[in-house]
Write a protein that binds this ligand. Structure first.
Ligand SMILES: [Zn+2]
Length: 170
């Protein structure tokens, strides 16, 4: 039995479970996916006042008082941000990418694969993909099916090393 996680669209590479939930599974290591580029939204952008971000991060327990700059931190193998770096009144604060997304809202920061820069007291955030990115990419699976891949091929692509069997017996 596997934990068959899925998400809207991966933005080009699915995510390792370990990067999101802190535990790794052999069939959830992340695979490249070029089939979800027709997803809506595939690319997204947000312009959010720093003051608003500061309030939301503080509400989530991060030391964001006096927020004046936000920059991308280290990325993981899938291209998503492990960390977002804040410049605050008290210095530099690293916020986990997943924590930043949760604090600002999953439908606002649609994935942790984004660029961020500050212009005129607003953060400009441009990202790719929608969802945590772990497991099956729904838009990718849809396009693969349209291109003639079978459901078995699609499942074994997004959950590598697994096989589909009937556990009820016949
Ligand atoms: Zn995809």
């Amino acid at each position: 039995m596997i934990q068959a996680f899925y998400h809207s669209n991966c933005g080009g590479h699915t995510e390792a479970a370990e990067n999101v939930w802190g535990y790794g599974l052999p069939y959830l290591q992340g695979v490249s996916c070029s089939y979800c580029q027709t997803a809506n939204p595939y690319r997204w952008e947000q312009r959010i006042p720093l003051k608003k971000i500061e309030t939301q991060l503080k509400g989530a327990g991060y030391a964001a008082a006096g927020l004046r700059d936000i920059r991308p931190g280290v990325r993981n193998k899938s291209g998503r941000l492990n960390e977002v770096i804040l410049s605050t009144a008290r210095g530099r604060v690293a916020v986990p990418g997943a924590g930043f997304r949760k604090a600002l809202g999953y439908s606002v920061i649609k994935s942790t694969n984004f660029e961020v820069r500050v212009v005129d007291d607003d953060a400009l955030i441009n990202g790719t993909g929608y969802g945590h990115g772990v497991g099956l990419c729904q838009w990718g699976a849809k396009q693969r099916a349209a291109d003639g891949f079978t459901y078995r091929e699609i499942l074994s692509y997004y959950y590598p090393g697994t096989r589909l069997v009937n556990i009820y017996g016949e």
